[in-house]
Design a protein around this ligand. Structure first.
Ligand code: DQA
Length: 144
């Protein structure tokens, strides 16, 4: 079974409470359960990781070099300025789907730039928690 690493960045641990008008009412546990179920139906096993720390996210992404077949990454605000996370994705050389709950292109100007997008296979943004479901489907298409 192919193994997918699902990484959630800063403040995503507060989903459900955090600006629900933007990010919805589902908790991170709800979202992970939906990703896990979709993954299982596609023959993919998922491992979930959330951190509010850049270094923790980077070290987890490094593990994908040996241990995972693909990555789903919502880097939160790090998306917009973390060259270190970008470099980690680039070194791992595994398909990585960038995910956002909100449509970052329709929000504040600083959110329009993703410094990680150029090293990701693709970006899915704006579909709420369904962005993650689209991402796992995209990975199943790429990883098989
Ligand atoms: C986000 C969008 C980012 O701009 C923001 O900083 C987040 C969440 C999203 O999923 O819509 O933390 O990545």
């Amino acid at each position: 079974m192919k193994k997918i690493l699902v990484v959630h960045g800063p403040n995503l641990d507060l989903l459900g409470k955090r600006e629900p008008e933007i990010y919805g009412h589902e908790t991170l546990a709800d979202i992970n359960a939906a990703i896990e179920a979709e993954g299982a139906s596609l023959g993919l096993s998922c491992v979930f990781f959330q951190s509010n720390y850049e270094g923790g996210i980077i070290e987890k992404i490094h593990e994908a070099m040996e241990d995972y077949d693909g990555i789903i990454l919502n880097a939160g605000a790090y998306t917009h300025y973390s060259y270190a996370i970008r470099d980690a994705i680039a070194v791992v050389k595994k398909p990585c789907i960038e995910v956002h709950l909100s449509n970052i292109h329709a929000r504040d100007e600083f959110r329009h730039t993703s410094v990680i997008a150029p090293v990701c296979t693709g970006q899915i943004a704006g579909f709420g928690s369904y962005s993650y479901i689209l991402a796992i489907r995209a990975l199943s298409h790429l990883c098989i």
